[in-house]
Ligand binder design. Structure first.
Ligand code: 5GP
Length: 483
């Protein structure tokens, strides 16, 4: 069996060889990431460069990490392990619990446990980072740190040689005016938004993406397509990159001769970069897509009354899987669990959640109504659960907890029946409006003080069938209890 010294020596030899090869830079960095991962017996590695504002980390090489982890959204170097920006090597024992991690939830879901991060320096200035990831808890040794620092030095030489920094600087050039636009949506990619789009159709497409809270980068990356005497003479820059889908989008609302050129470039791009996922959206398909959501020349109205998507279907499903894992773990020693849902808002959540629970469950439902008006409104059970919960482990499933008054009433009703345990799982927690002092054991998302609809939640009986959770236009919503 090879010792760590053998492995590190061999990896350094291999990396020097690759660095001197004629492979494309992306391949060189991917290969370096692979060598680091194998030598350190880790599970993945990423090589990043800082964008020209020294704000975001751009992946230039990667190995072993899941697509979901890589697509978790742009990494802000000031929020994620910021000590590396001060030139320090950083170790993280447990990524899902560490405050310096920007996306701890994704780290937990994707089983990223320990991390070793080191700066890539050029003449004393940080230009990028290398991070190594393990699935098992790991204490990184001095030898690990020395090794990663040596590899970082090789990367500096490489970057210098390729002048990749200049390429990135051009790619992410952002005018100061952009700050204005960046204030609008809450997407983490907002600061990379342009003030102007080359074509109006691109702006419409960006609006559509914003409506669905789909993160996007405009003209995020240029792919060299042709070289003459080591100089790039032809490039292709797709219009959009959607990090959440790992998808590049090129819009073609152009005239036929231009489309032919575009198609040729796209063919070349696919040949040279087979790992790149790119879709060409032709004029008609593009207009149809916009029309479906109320934008563009064929559009009529947006989903009436819904201003913005708060959580997409994918985000909801991902969170539910994590909740189900926690619940299954906590009740692993129980014979069975009784899930009690409060109709009707809970239907989507309850159905999806129970399918991911890995323990025997029985389900029951109750219904409540609100009587009276104004201050004299009272809550009343109109349908109680069908079976007895005495001596049973009960988990109340709620769609949303707002003031908490309804839940408070329901919990006292059930406590009186002496269950073995009584806990609460809610998909949404509107904590800002809480009046009753109740503890929530499992929470999907904490949401702002807005009226939300979709995924089971209604407004006057409508919107329940939307697959996402959206914010209802405030002017439409006059505070009222659901039916
Ligand atoms: P609470 O008693 O906690 O104030 O709220 C009780 C009920 O009000 C919830 O179960 C839910 O049916 C409804 N509710 C509260 N906030 C919202 C919201 O933002 N959207 C919808 N559709 N219903 C809400």
């Amino acid at each position: 069996m090879r010792t760590f010294k053998d492995r590190y020596y061999l990896a350094l030899k291999q990396v020097s060889k690759i660095a001197n090869s004629t492979l494309s830079l992306r391949k060189i960095f991917d290969s370096i990431a692979k060598n680091i991962t194998k030598a350190m017996q880790a599970n993945g590695c990423c090589v990043f460069l800082l964008d020209h504002k020294k704000e975001y980390l751009i992946i230039v090489g990667t190995y072993g990490l899941s697509d979901i982890y890589l697509r978790k959204g742009p990494l802000n170097a000031h929020k994620s392990l910021p000590e590396i920006l001060a030139g320090k090597v950083v170790t993280v024992a447990n990524a899902s619990k560490d405050k310096r991690i920007q996306h701890p939830q994704v780290a937990e879901e994707q089983r990223v446990h320990s991390i070793l991060g080191a700066p890539i320096l050029r003449e004393g200035e940080i230009i990028g980072e290398i991070r190594v990831y393990t699935r098992e808890p790991r204490q990184f040794s001095k030898a690990d740190i020395d090794f990663i620092n040596s590899i970082a030095d090789v990367n500096t030489v490489l970057i210098e040689r390729a002048k990749l920094q200049q390429l990135l600087a051009r790619r992410y050039k952002v005018s100061e005016k952009k700050a204005k636009l960046a204030q609008a949506p809450q997407s983490p990619t907002a600061s990379l938004r342009p003030t102007e789009f080359v074509h109006p159709s691109e702006e419409q497409f960006a609006k559509l993406l914003d409506f669905y809270c789909i993160e996007w980068l405009y003209e995020p990356r240029s792919f060299p397509l042709r070289w003459e005497n080591n100089t790039v003479v032809e490039m292709f820059t797709p219009d959009f990159y959607l990090p959440g889908l790992n998808l590049y989008i090129e819009l073609t609302t152009l005239q036929q001769p231009l489309i032919t050129t575009k198609n040729r470039k796209l063919r070349l791009l696919k040949e040279l970069y087979p790992e790149i996922n790119i879709k060409l959206l032709a004029k008609n398909d593009f207009f149809k897509l916009l029309a479906k959501y109320g934008y563009g020349p064929q559009g009529k109205a947006k989903i009436e009354g819904v201003n913005q998507v708060l959580y997409t279907h994918t985000q909801i499903q991902r969170r539910i899987r994590t909740l189900a894992r926690h619940i299954s773990h906590d009740y692993a020693s129980s014979e069975r669990l009784v899930l009690v849902g409060v109709l009707k808002g809970v239907v989507c959540f309850m159905t999806d959640l129970m399918q991911h629970l890995s323990l025997p469950v029985i389900i029951d439902f109750m219904s409540i109504s609100y009587y009276g008006g104004g201050d004299s409104q009272v809550v009343k059970i109109t349908k109680d659960i069908d079976s007895s919960i005495t001596g049973q482990h009960v988990l109340m499933i709620e769609d949303i907890v707002d003031t908490g008054m309804t839940l408070n009433y329901i919990l006292s009703h059930f406590s009186a029946q002496n269950p073995a345990s009584l806990r609460v799982c809610t998909l949404l927690d509107k904590r800002a409006r809480r009046l009753a002092n109740i503890s929530l054991d499992y929470v999907g998302f904490e949401i702002p003080d807005e009226f939300v609809v979709g995924y089971g939640l209604d407004y006057k009986g409508e919107y329940r069938n939307l697959p996402f959770i959206g914010i209802l236009q405030p002017e439409l919503f006059k505070e009222s209890k659901p039916q």
